[in-house]
Design a protein around this ligand. Sequence first.
Ligand code: FE2
Length: 286
Amino acid sequence: MSPDVHAFFDTATNTVSYVVRDPAGVSCAVIDSVLDFDYASGRTATKSADEIAEFITKNDLRTEWIIETHVHADHLSAAPYLQERLGGKIGIGDQITAIQDTFGKVFNEGTAFQRDGSQFDQLFQDGDSVMIGQMRVDVLHTPGHTPACLTYVIGDAAFVGDTLFMPDFGTARCDFPGGSAQDLYASIQRILALPDETRIFVGHDYKAPGREDFAWETTVGAQKAKNVHLAGNTPEGFVEMREARDATLAMPKLIVPSLQINMRAGNMPEPDDQGDVFLRVPINKL
Ligand SMILES: [Fe+2]
């Protein structure tokens, strides 16, 4: 089974969102949508999400799922906006509770902020299967970049979020709270155990040096043969390389707003008594 996959690339955050469609019907899922956010002005916009919504509407598709591979730290999710326009259930990994616990503390959220994942319609566990029309989605828990990361395997396609990037770029960082280069290595081995011809769709692309175009689709076979962080490397060598590289990376520009919104399934914090919405900037905490 080979789902139809349509990619949407957001140049502001280098994020790839996907619409995955059952080729035998009209059912589809949206994976990792983006709500545009201009940090300087605090303004949101829906240009990226509207492109997805228009694609779905134009093709008369039925949105069954709006799913996240993880709580993103570099862009805001448009899941609630898309759900309002298109329907569908919002899902994420059940380890979201660990993320909510960690960042509930970082942002000093009060007791009104639930840490039980109840902001989402569905929490997926490793080994779960869900359907998009006639297509089965197999859920793999692939922690490392964050403790709650999932890979969705749909027929011959694997949506790996931020685990593997394109072979010439490597792998995702593991230095956010709860991240682990050892865990990422083990998770990647699970992905690479899929058949070589499995199509891999990555969550971001930053163009490797020497490459002219953005790219987001590769295969398990290509990752095994050519991934610059993995091919010819030992597990220990990978962990050492990953941790050394992570120590040089700046925080993503949108980490502060992204976490506060994405840990709420893409919803804004509750408005104040005037009806205005604010985000917090924790000082010396991230
Ligand atoms: Fe990420």
